[in-house]
Design a protein around this ligand. Structure first.
Ligand code: G3H
Length: 248
């Protein structure tokens, strides 16, 4: 099957020019496993700068974008702008966008569709809240969120990475157990087999995100349906190198 392990670092709204330079220096020193695809999610204002200092083995992602190429959308950036400065990825539908900024499934889908049309690759995030998990609705929620993406993705699944990020595990230090994460990833693959295609189900890469650290990455990475991570807090620290190398 050969799904290439893919590790994203989502810096969120953190860092200043000095710190982002230091993080890039740390990544350059690595050494980073050459068999792993690395994508760093950079605050919009530093995208061009970071793109100009990373080696071409490291991919740069925006953390959000709008669903149109240009126009009267104050404060937004477009996929065309992201591509224009040389970056090729965008993270969409992150739970912070969904919960803090009120992005619903249909808006996330429109953004995904436009980003893909514009030639960006997409890390599309899904995941349930604690309340939803405790109500036994984990699968219902992640299937609903993924279903909304199907028409947006169309035949572009090779340009999409799904990131399963249980909201209760984000920034809380409370990681999903490898079994909990594996179970959701496996269910998602079954659902994709029935609702997209067997080929999509077996080839799409599904990252786990939520309090991933160097201490828990190896165990999570050993799960058969976990194909990488989307890392928040730890992506700002030197341990991100060990997380990238978790399959070694
Ligand atoms: O996008 C990354 C996730 O929100 C995980 O964040 P975290 O590793 O700080 O829990």
């Amino acid at each position: 099957m050969g799904r290439k392990f893919v590790v994203g670092g989502n810096w969120k709204m953190n860092g200043d020019k000095k710190q982002v330079t230091e993080i890039v220096e740390t990544l350059k020193k690595g050494p980073l496993d050459p068999n792993v695809e690395v994508v760093i999610g950079v605050p919009a204002i530093y995208l061009e700068y970071v793109q100009s200092i990373v080696p071409n083995t490291i991919n740069v992602a925006a953390q959000n974008c709008w669903k149109a190429p240009k126009g009267a959308f104050t404060g937004e950036i477009s996929p065309a702008m992201i591509k224009d400065i040389g970056a090729n990825w965008v993270i969409l539908g992150h739970s912070e966008r969904r919960t803090i900024f009120g992005e619903k499934d249909d808006l996330v889908a429109e953004k995904v569709a436009h980003a893909l049309e514009s030639g960006l690759k997409v890390i599309a995030c899904i995941g349930e809240t604690l309340e939803e998990r405790e109500a036994g609705k984990t699968e219902e929620v992640v299937f609903r969120q993924t279903k909304a993406l199907l028409p947006a993705i169309g035949s572009n699944w090779d340009k999409v990475v799904l990131a399963y990020e249980p909201v209760w595990a984000i920034g809380t230090g409370k990681t999903a157990s490898p079994q909990q994460a594996q179970d959701v990833h496996a269910s998602l693959r079954n659902w994709l087999s029935a609702n997209a295609s067997a080929d999509v189900a077996s080839s799409v890469r599904i990252q786990y995100g939520g309090s991933v650290t160097a201490a828990n990455a190896k165990e999570l990475a050993a799960c058969p349906d976990i194909d990488g991570f989307l890392v928040g807090g730890a992506s700002l620290k030197p341990e991100f190198v060990d997380i990238v190398n978790a399959t070694q």
